[in-house]
Write a protein that binds this ligand. Structure first.
Ligand SMILES: Nc1ncnc2c1ncn2[C@@H]1O[C@H](COP(=O)(O)OP(=O)(O)OP(=O)(O)O)[C@@H](O)[C@H]1O
Length: 234
């Protein structure tokens, strides 16, 4: 099945966003993303990559426009409902990983399942077992699983963050510059692991990076430097 025959996961139309206090409004290109589709999001600093990701994650709401995740209009939801939707359906890998420092590796990975029943229900046969499978698939060896995450290398922490995002089969995985702290070998290996895990679960993927050399690993590229329109409002 090609990507275009898969169900639509994200649909964004006429999105505009203005940060509080900013003198300009960002107008984003329309976007449609299917299950199993992997999008590389690039663009110069300040072009709006993190802003778009923040809207896709339901952390920020657009000023104008329509943003749907599957059959749900994010723009019509309260903050609480968006938080719930994110916990139930999304996997987010933040630039700084946002792991919980006092929890072990395995407890960090199963955390999303403790915050969301639907997610726990999709982690088969159990969150603990899926966490183990994901960690093994992402080359986090068993001797590390009970360690606090603060005692891991940056590359290991990043793979733990990836396993945490993927547990319970999210329909959309958002990754914000997750490879920026890695050398070229670890970056390529991480990217392969992330993409193969998304493929295994059928998730759509939006991956933000400055590094244009990564684009070939994705189905398509959206360059916000060429497509975002900035309108001065002050
Ligand atoms: N918290 C904020 N408050 C006000 N303006 C912001 C805020 N975050 C971003 N902006 C502005 O919004 C625009 C888009 O920024 P954004 O962080 O989305 O770009 P980016 O492409 O992710 O940049 P980078 O590659 O440097 O991370 C920029 O003009 C930026 O200055």
């Amino acid at each position: 099945m090609t990507a275009s025959q898969d169900p639509i996961i994200v649909q964004a139309r006429d999105l505009a966003f203005q940060w509080p206090g900013a003198d300009h409004c960002l107008h984003f290109p329309d976007l449609r993303l299917h299950a199993n589709e992997h999008l590389f999001l690039r663009g110069p600093s300040g072009s709006g990559k993190s802003t778009l990701l923040s809207m896709l994650a339901g952390l920020s709401l657009p000023e104008r426009g329509e943003l749907r995740l599957q059959d749900t209009a994010l723009t019509g939801l309260s903050r609480r409902a968006r938080d719930r939707l994110r916990a139930d359906r999304l996997g987010v890998i933040f630039q700084q990983f946002n792991l919980v420092p006092y929890l072990s590796v395995i407890d960090n990975v199963t955390l999303p399942c403790r915050l969301s029943k639907p997610r726990a229900g999709r982690a088969t046969p159990s969150p603990e077992t899926e966490a183990r499978h994901l960690l093994a698939a992402l080359d986090v060896t068993e001797d590390l699983w009970q360690r606090p995450v603060t005692r891991l290398s940056v590359g290991q922490q990043q793979r733990v963050a990836c396993a945490r995002a993927l547990i319970g089969r999210p329909i959309l995985v958002l990754a914000d510059e997750p490879t920026s702290a890695l050398d070229a070998d670890n970056r390529d290996r991480f990217l392969q692991l992330l993409i193969s895990q998304c493929r295994a679960s059928g998730a759509a993927l939006v991956f933000v990076s400055h590094d244009a050399s990564l684009a070939d690993a994705f189905d398509r590229t959206l360059d916000l430097g060429e497509t975002v329109r900035t309108e001065t409002t002050a």
